[in-house]
Design a protein around this ligand. Structure first.
Ligand SMILES: N[C@@H](CCC(=O)N[C@@H](CS)C(=O)NCC(=O)O)C(=O)O
Length: 252
């Protein structure tokens, strides 16, 4: 059995962070791909290892570690060398942790709104009332989110609010890179804050919303830098992007 087993989904933004960290640390892992639209994350077997009914989950030496940024921190604590993902300086470390909290609170939930409206809607549109309610009831953490989404998508007001929050998060990212001197969010080394932000930027670009950082050259440079990292390509294997899974999103 592999030392590390990752339960995740190809297109899931939270899974991207963990795959990236595993590759950045050169750790081999067995990957279990869950189909989130068939309810693989809601089976009794999976709920036994992740009671939140969400991906990712990392199994290591029989221990189940859940929540993407907790997993990334766990991996960095186990294998800090040769490239620690956490700054040595306590102030920089605190700054990184506040940014991780900010990214988890603001852009990460916000990017789900356009993702659901533009891509995932087709999985729910044709469900009956009973099927949809039963699915929502089965989700330990995302019941209310799914019911708000409904089978028609989030209303325009909610979509616009999410895009506005994302715009403000991009402005904050730009300001943080400028303040730290870059090229990464907290300075000259890549940290967990960059890994936390990466899937948001990749998802916006995938949804053809990359124009949101027009006029923010630090973000464009940051994006180029993370795409050039050796962990990027194996993380985003074919099927990880929504444009690769949903033909209607492809640019004509
Ligand atoms: N805070 C959690 C959030 C995990 C999460 O939201 N996972 C999504 C995919 S990115 C999921 O499993 N969704 C399945 C569902 O909503 O049923 C983490 O960072 O791991």
């Amino acid at each position: 059995m592999a030392e590390f087993e990752l339960y995740n989904a190809p297109q899931s933004i939270c899974s991207h962070k963990v795959r990236f960290a595993l590759h950045a640390k050169s750790l081999a892992f067995a990957e279990h791909k869950l189909d989130l639209f068939s309810g693989d994350q809601l089976t009794p077997e999976y709920l036994a290892i992740n009671p939140n009914g969400l991906v990712p989950t990392l199994i290591h030496n029989g221990a189940n570690i859940i929540d993407s940024l907790v997993i990334v921190q766990y991996l960095d604590e186990l294998f800090p060398e040769p490239a620690p993902l956490v700054p040595q300086d306590p102030v920089a470390r605190a700054r990184m942790r506040s940014l991780m909290a900010y990214i988890d609170e603001v852009p990460t939930p916000a990017v789900r709104v356009p993702s659901y409206n533009m891509a995932f809607l087709i999985h729910y549109q044709n469900m009956s009332d009973d099927e949809f309610q039963a699915l929502a009831n089965a989700k330990p953490l995302r019941k209310e989110f799914l019911l708000k989404f409904g089978r028609v998508g989030f209303p325009e007001k909610e979509l616009n609010e999410a895009l506005d929050r994302l715009g403000r998060a991009l402005a904050r990212m730009q300001a943080e890179i400028v303040a730290s001197g870059g090229p990464w969010i907290v300075g000259k080394n890549m940290t967990i804050a960059d890994i936390a932000m990466m899937p948001v930027i990749v998802r916006l670009d995938d949804l053809d919303l990359g124009h949101m950082w027009d006029g923010k050259p630090e973000i464009s440079r940051w994006f180029e830098a993370i795409q050039a990292h050796p962990a990027y390509e194996p993380t985003f294997y074919h099927g990880s992007l929504l444009t690769e899974q949903y033909p209607h999103l492809r640019k004509q």
